[in-house]
Design a protein around this ligand. Sequence first.
Ligand SMILES: Nc1nc2c(c(=O)[nH]1)N[C@@H](CNc1ccc(C(=O)N[C@@H](CCC(=O)N[C@@H](CCC(=O)N[C@@H](CCC(=O)O)C(=O)O)C(=O)O)C(=O)O)cc1)CN2
Ligand SMILES: [Zn+2]
Length: 833
Amino acid sequence: MTDNTVPAAPRADFPRATVLGYPRIGRRRELKRALESYWAGTTTADDLERTSRDLRLTTVRRLVDLGLDPGTGAVPNSFSLYDQVLDVTATLGAVPARFRPGREERPVAPAGTERGTGKHLAEPPSEVSTETYFALARGTAEQPPLELTKWFDTNYHYLVPEIGPDTPIRFADDRIVREFAEAADPSDGGTPVVTRPVIVGPVTYLLLSKPEDGAPEGFSPLRRLDDVVAAYRELLAALAAAGAPWVQLDEPALVSDLIGAPFDATPGSTDGPGRPDTTTVSDAVRRAYAALTAPSPGTDRPQILVAAPFGELRRASGDRLALLAGTDVEAIALDLVRGATPPTEGTAAWNVPGLASKTLVAGVIDGHNIWRADLTSRLDLLESLRRTTGARTVTVGTSTSLLHVPHDVDDEPRLDPALAGWLAFADQKVGEVVTLARGLDAGRPEVQEQLDAATAARTGRAGAAGVVVPEVRERLAGLTDADFTRAPYTDRAAAQRTRLSLPPLPTTTIGSFPQTTEIRTARAAWTRGDLTDADYEARIRQEVASVVALQEELGLDVLVHGEPERNDMVQYFAERLAGFTTTVNGWVQSYGSRCVRPPILWGDVSRPEPITVPWATYAASLTDKPVKGMLTGPVTILAWSFVRDDQPLADTANQVALALRDEVTDLEGAGIGIVQVDEAALRELLPLDAAAQPAYLDWSVRSFRLTTSGAAPATQIHTHLCYSEFGDIVGAIDDLDADVTSVEAARSRMEIVPGLASAGYARGIGPGVWDIHSPRVPSGGEVSDLLKLAVAEIDPRLVWVNPDCGLKTRGYDETRASLANLVAAAREVRGSL
Ligand SMILES: Nc1nc2c(c(=O)[nH]1)N[C@@H](CNc1ccc(C(=O)N[C@@H](CCC(=O)N[C@@H](CCC(=O)N[C@@H](CCC(=O)O)C(=O)O)C(=O)O)C(=O)O)cc1)CN2
Ligand SMILES: [Zn+2]
């Protein structure tokens, strides 16, 4: 070691048990309420800060009570006010120019300031105020927010950074350091906890970014890697100075083939313009981690854990574990739930160069699903990893952050006790990790009781009534190709034209109308038993009637009932299908303050009685216009539920499909001529590993077709897909064989349309012409411009006019104004055809 390398802090071993992150919304959604009241102006920024601080301290202390070590960085510090990717944007001060009108560039803090020496500042060097932070998240009167999109294959959404050649990037905000210090040295006099800050890693951050408006053609945000890494170095120095022994950098981009940059250079290819050394993911990782771990005189850094959740690192298409093992980071977290689990007995050594100096954090407890683990087989696996990996040591962790599961099974008053015993939410998972670590270190007898209890729960689950229902199995076994096939499209189109006689460029909506506080309050009262079934039903009927009247008044062509009876498009169906159960407090963050309660799909699925028919027929009775029935499709129901892990997803999907197929038949029988089957999550479940994609697309498309193929030719089947990144699945969209497909397209300015056209898609298409993700009302001109783009690319006879998605998160004022502009634009463009 030379003189100028100063590894000052003691190199504490990685803790034996940890979790990669923990829910941050709060057991009673305290953060949601604090945020929404702050946005509404009824509380102040100080109130918000106080509530969120209490939530953070309660969280880290609970994790200690659950058995994580308080002194070694075992407790993750994974809080965020809104989103962890936005937090990096704020840390870097990487505010796009469109949010800094006329603002002078502030000089970068020179080296040798307090920040350079790592002392954490009493006053934050905050160049990103709370106001700017939320402007980026939610938009302003002048600017739409950063784009919201899916976090890998989860139902969590992050805010896409906009990075150009001149976007400011520096260590601009030390909130992460302050939150470490707040737990380590709490001002309320409570127990101090030495946490492990959890931060999105620099490579993933840039790979998830998009070029800022005005960036030169072909600019890749990855070109700013050196600037980003320089800022992370300062952040790490500040964390070390504050006493952090470990930091966790999340690099899930490492496991994704959907990330827009190749993992390795294709042999023989030459590098494009720009820096040749950062054009691939593997080069970016090498470069970033070499710089982050390079010693620098007078400063220290915490030891680094790199986590790569959501998939397998050891791929045929490139060994990402070897890549990480070749860097100087101290620890690597593997997802051993999604990743292929190595056989537990008699396996050969891994032989990964560099691993001998690393700690492997074995993610053996599922952070993304809620089944109680088979602790015995997990312990077998851990022991085999100790023998075979050749790592310096193996410790126990979760496969992903626990952000994706609810807080606590014990907080579910209405769960059947037997079923509750099959489950592990975040708190139970912490317990599982702690148990496994004890078994691994102190020996099996120490934890035999817990292992046996876990085994008994799994055995009980396998044999429980409802898990296997012979009639459901028989129906599935009897399916033939005919059950997946409709009449040819040309025949269907002719029959539907006659039946529906719609104008060209028909106007419609995606299904939901605003979910007002009044409706939610009424539903809450009904759920509590304070409102009778009859009163609640009357209230919903009144809402349906007013939604139908509004659509008539606006002049829409195909009407909907507005979905006021649905708490959520998945939970509502789950509550009415056998094989599912739902929770009371099982909230999981979807984005910002918005949450969902994913249902639990535990048994064979069937439909005891019609679900949507009364609402659809009531709406139809109020109008002469066609009313579109509205169902959520099987893939989306699976994607947004916690799904049984004891049979292939394809079988589970087909069970749900058969239940929905009965609903389509009943809607048809009740005279409903158009049925929409939403597959909002079709793209979300697309595997990150390219090798697994064809099989997924095959079963997902088949389950949709099984849902819809019982429909007569004259019944028009619609589907709706969210999220604009459809490039990877245009073939599958075509294979769904829907008569009309509506897709999100407004924000990407109809980007999808030429792709569909060139893929030969020749059925109805409704590219969204109103971005419903913010309260902004699009002008008639904007809408007709988008519409003209669409009719220029595809046969105008195929084009439908609709918003990007449902209107449940919008208010009535915006909805009325925007739909009026949409109808006017459709009429204008119709006139020009
Ligand atoms: N599952 C799912 N995933 C999805 C979507 C979706 O619609 N569903 N859409 C995309 C975007 N994600 C979204 C996720 C959530 C929400 C959303 O609006 N969530 C609501 C809750 C929806 C809900 O379950 N509502 C229930 C319970 C509402 C509630 O909080 N009630 C109050 C009481 C009522 C009151 O007095 O206000 C309470 O429990 O405290 C109901 O309406 O019945 C929220 O967080 O505010 C929107 C979009 C992608 N993923
Ligand atoms: Zn949608």
